[in-house]
Design a protein around this ligand. Sequence first.
Ligand code: SAM
Length: 278
Amino acid sequence: MKRECLNKIFNQDVLLGLSYIEDNSIDLIISDPPYCLGKDYGNDSDKMNPRDYLEWSYKWIDTVIPKLKDTGSFYIFLTWRYSPEIFSYMKKKLIMLNEIIWDRRVPSMGGGTRSFTSVHDTIGFFAKTKQYYFDLDSIRIPYDEETKKARTRSIFVGKKWLEVGYNLKDLWSITRLHKQDPERQNHPTQKPLELIDRMVLASSPKNGIVFDPFMGSGTTAISSIKNKRYYIGFELNPDYCQMIEQRIDKHNKGEKSLLNATEDDVKVTNFQQAMNLF
Ligand SMILES: C[S@@+](CC[C@H](N)C(=O)[O-])C[C@H]1O[C@@H](n2cnc3c(N)ncnc32)[C@H](O)[C@@H]1O
């Protein structure tokens, strides 16, 4: 991979810019495309008719798959509306490992009256080959003290699973971002960092390359910097690209101040900043 492509967000249509990325070079693809729900991203990308949407989805999926290494993984956020078609399509090309349900923890007030209100997103987890990278230990959830105490009988003492925490299941209950959340950016479908961290940690090695074709507010970039991976991304909307730059700067300043760095220390480019973290 050309170094000048690393830790860059290209303000461009992903289908036009993919030639910058070499084939077989990406450890992890995290993709959160428009869902075909008519959202306003400052462009028409979420306003296609269903047939065009599916055709477009197949096209970008076909274009990004060759970029994955043989050990690489591919996560795709979708809704129940089009996940059946898109998963079926992807299963012809990749190994499907999971359908993860992101339970957005929507409160139970209100909702539809002629069907059941949808409160989850569907995430497909795919791998290119059976040799895919997966680090379960990096995302284990520690047992709380109550549970540990309840397991003090001799058969549990010293049990590795009790110490290292439990392995994640395919139902991820993580509260969606509210307006008052300090993480929140001015983007209509920003994903919580906690969600993306799980994917980055479990499915890419340290110093690996994470590719996000639809960066939005830059959650994948922040998670990559935080977890010491490289990122590459595309985003159509120039305002969101600016938002990402500011978000990265703020994140890096926070990191530096934790280390008691001086103001001058943080006046370097994002590229240098991220490189220095390795
Ligand atoms: C669902 S949002 C991504 C949100 C992101 N995961 C986050 O946490 O902020 C999809 C984004 O893709 C962008 N987009 C749509 N079509 C695109 C294309 N062809 N190339 C690059 N970006 C595109 C939209 O502008 C939008 O910001």
